[in-house]
Structure formats: structure tokens, C-alpha cells
Design a protein around this ligand. Sequence first.
Ligand SMILES: C[S@@+](CC[C@H](N)C(=O)[O-])C[C@H]1O[C@@H](n2cnc3c(N)ncnc32)[C@H](O)[C@@H]1O
Length: 256
Amino acid sequence: MQRHQLLARLHELLQPRTYFEIGVRKGRSLTLSRVPSVGVDPFFLLTHELHCDVHLVRTTSDEFFARRRPFAHFPEEVVDLAFIDGMHLAEFALRDLINTERHCHPASVIVIDDMLPRSVVEAGRGRVGSADGGAWAGDVFKIVDVLREHRPDLVVVELDTKPTGTVVVLLPDPTDTSLAAAYEDVVGDLVVPDPQEVPERVLTRAGAMDPADFLAAPIWPQLRAARRHGTDEARRRVREAYAAAGLLTNTAAVAR
Ligand SMILES: C[S@@+](CC[C@H](N)C(=O)[O-])C[C@H]1O[C@@H](n2cnc3c(N)ncnc32)[C@H](O)[C@@H]1O
């Protein structure tokens, strides 16, 4: 399954009230949204027609999040579905995740692209993978281990999508500050010169789920319904749905 097919199905199943995208480029992924949307990219150049009420912001994600009310465009300033596909470097993707989570609720779904590079070259921090027209995943794959170590409460699901794999982050907690607190220490380990050490598990996608199986999980009605509840009750219901669907067993998620 291609990443855009995954995203299209997520729009159908989750029926998000709002959509947020970091890294718009030509609008290929943003064209899938039909709901109030915010897209951020310093260099977007649209060639795809958009079908949503969208606020496009020509800036970096860091500058966007530094704004006083970045999601003022939304009727309710909360993100239901997010796609993080901006700068393909681990420290950028980690910041994008930390900042996005602050605007989520327990039933939000955060998708991160390029998380399963197929080779060391594709995972390079220099844009070597794309020099011959191939994909550039960069070293964003490293943030899965960071999440598993520092945020075992999150449900982190690796999906075997084409071309460069995706990760879905579930059960976000906008009040959690542990990743932000760990950021400076973590980044020192993340930012190392090429060639990157890409674990075999990543290259072979040993821990990745078939995206069709993930989409078939019986969680979507519960996620939609959870929006009607306050944070604690929503978290309890959503977590229960993930447990019933077996999504907690192959991740490091634990009860809080
Ligand atoms: C892989 S493309 C996005 C593709 C798009 N999501 C899609 O699927 O059609 C990555 C984009 O991220 C943008 N980008 C690079 N650095 C960024 C940053 N710091 N903040 C936001 N976007 C950034 C680039 O300009 C580029 O257009």
C-alpha cells in the first residue's frame, strides 16, 4: 500500500474534524483532505487542486508553532489527524511531533512519513538518496526508539507502506512534557554524521504491520465517538479500543 492510500483511508475511517500537514510540497497529500486544514511548508508549490477549507502557511514548522494561536483557523483549535512530512532529519521530526502533540487529544492520530528507509543511503542525513532521483527518507526512523524509551504511554505502530514506510502515533497526551524535557539530551545522540547506522529491524521492516491490517482494526467508531467525551474519559475509551484491537501488545504502551 502506498502512503497516500493509507492517508486516504485514514481520512475515510477517522473522519477527522481537522487536518494538519507539515510538508505540503505540491499538495499531493493535502488534496486528500475535505475538512478544515492547515498546511505548513516554506517552499510549497501547488500543482494539485485542493478540496478543503485550508490555511496554507509559507514558513517552517518551528516558526509556525511559535505563533500565539497556530490553529486559529480551526473552529475548535485541536488537530484530529496530522501528517508529519517536512524536513527529513530526526531532530526536526521529533520537534514536529512534540509540537503537534500539544494540539491533539487522546483520539487524535499522528502519521509520520519516511520512517522505514530501505537502505543506509536512503537514510542519510545528506540528501544522497535523492541525488539520482530516488527517495530520501533521512534519519527520522530514529525517533521510534526515542518514543519507546521516553514515551511508553504512546502507541507507536510501524506500517509497511511504500515507498519508505510510515509510523502512526496514537493516544497522544497534550499535557505530557517529558519529550520536550528530554529533547536537548536526545538530540546529541541523534545527530551524527553519515553513514547512519540503520538497525536491521528497520531495513527488513521486521516490526512493521501490514497497513491493511491496521486499517481493518475495529477502532475507528470508538475514536470518532471519543471526541464527545472529556480528556480522561476519552483516553480511557480509546486505550480500551486499542487494547481490544491488539494494538498495545506489539508496542511499548503501558497504562498510565
Ligand atoms: C516530502 S515533501 C512533502 C510531500 C507531501 N506531504 C506529499 O505527500 O505530497 C517535504 C516538504 O517538506 C518541506 N519542508 C522542508 N523543511 C521544512 C520545515 N522546516 N518545515 C515545514 N516544511 C518543511 C519541503 O519544502 C518539502 O516541500
